[in-house]
Design a protein around this ligand. Structure first.
Ligand code: NAD
Ligand code: ZN
Length: 361
């Protein structure tokens, strides 16, 4: 009897949730013999949290810059640095502490330790052949779902491709979900990144590539993000907990579905103008009335409620060649666009239409 592996979904093996759960890291690391590699968002350099981490002699602590989102070449260089430092010895565990950029970098490096070649060779679906180094993810900002998803998004500047290593091996072995860690996120960033969950879920639920389990995760994640961003204090203790759960569920949902129109346009802004993923999504939402009318209005209500400023006009006056590049890096995303608009999406998203949408942002 054959198994339909297209519907065979892997989850994170363990998660430890709740305020203060970071204290359990030491016990988890004690079970692993060998050096530990800590990859930490640069925001935490010299912060209290880092001083309290269970770093032992021989462990390596490395701060990840989030000035740019992960690039394939930077990931390769970072891994080479560790290999030189440790004479090719592999870590017993990799600990990623940060937002989507850091969590994704840790996932990619864990894969590359056990799979030969450069990061770009694994951009795609199920190209990773060997089990990754054991890894623990500790998100410090909520929304991307990187903590629970089976990808690690990377930009290949040479080819313009923004695509991750979609693989079961990319999924974290263990998570520590401690909402205390998100207290220090600035309001704007908290909103932009939190909205990534909302946007993933509205896109999935409006698409044609669906299944009942993905829908259930999306609906709950969407409900939680509405509660957070329509409330008076999006960063209350309760709300930081809720959006952390929403982000986790959203990441699971996306493994069972595809995104839609927003993410391809957002990827265009990231590839051509270097705009960071989550703010780019929010910018795109401002031009989505025709594709997601109800959510377009709801999104604006949330923006006003939380008094968040969304940059405007960033693609209003560009050169002809930039519009050409924006068009190409948007319509290249065939899977989500087919999911949202059908196989003939190119008849809807003509060059003129795509340019008009970018000018509206
Ligand atoms: P990020 O990791 O780039 O962090 C955003 C900013 O918040 C940075 O300046 C960072 O230093 C800061 N920050 C993080 N935690 C903080 C804290 N506790 N206190 C203060 N500042 C803090 O941003 P992100 O929005 O989480 O992630 C974006 C990345 O995630 C993109 O590269 C995107 O492509 C990727 N992504 C991945 C997936 C996936 O499934 N793997 C899904 C969606 C997006
Ligand atoms: Zn996203």
């Amino acid at each position: 009897m054959s198994v339909n592996f297209n519907n065979n979904s892997k989850h994170v093996s363990y998660y430890n949730f709740g305020s203060g759960s970071l204290r359990n890291l030491e016990g988890l690391l004690d079970q692993k013999k060998g050096f530990k590699l800590f990859l930490i968002d640069h925001y935490f350099e010299n912060k209290n949290i880092v001083q309290k981490l269970p770093v032992k002699e021989g462990d390596v602590v490395f701060f990840i810059s989030t000035l740019h989102e992960p690039k394939t070449t930077v990931i390769d260089e970072t891994l080479s640095h560790f290999l030189q430092l440790k004479g090719n010895e592999k870590p017993a565990c990799i600990v990623g502490i940060g937002g989507g950029s850091t969590l994704d970098t840790a996932k990619a490096i864990a894969n590359l330790y056990n799979n030969p070649g450069h990061a770009e060779a694994y951009q795609g679906w199920d190209l990773v052949k060997n089990q990754a180094v054991y890894k623990i993810g500790i998100p410090t900002i909520s929304g991307t779902g990187s903590e629970s998803s089976r990808t690690c998004v990377m930009t290949n500047s040479k080819t313009g491709l923004k695509l991750g290593m979609n693989s079961d091996f990319t999924i974290y072995d263990q998570l520590i979900l401690d909402p205390d860690l998100t207290k220090t996120v600035p309001d704007k960033q908290y909103f932009y990144t939190g909205m990534d969950t909302y946007i993933h879920c509205i896109e999935s639920l409006a698409g044609s590539h669906r299944n009942a389990i993905g829908d259930a995760f999306s609906r709950e994640a969407l409900q939680l993000s509405r509660e957070v961003f329509l409330s008076d204090d999006m960063k209350s203790d309760k709300n930081r907990e809720k959006i952390m759960v929403a982000s986790y569920l959203g990441g699971v949902a996306i493994a069972n579905s595809y995104v839609g129109v927003v993410h391809p346009f957002s990827a265009g802004l990231s590839v051509v103008l270097g705009t960071h993923h989550c703010v780019a999504n929010c910018i795109v939402m401002g031009a989505m009335e025709e594709f997601y009318p109800r959510e377009y209005h709801e999104f604006n209500t949330m923006v006003q409620k939380q008094k968040i400023e969304i940059p405007r006009g960033i693609a209003a006056n560009l050169s002809a060649s930039q519009y050409e590049q924006l068009f190409n890096s948007t319509v290249i995303h065939e899977k989500p666009l087919t999911n949202a608009l059908g196989g003939n999406f190119k008849e809807i998203l003509t060059f003129e239409k795509v340019t008009e949408v970018f000018k509206k942002m």
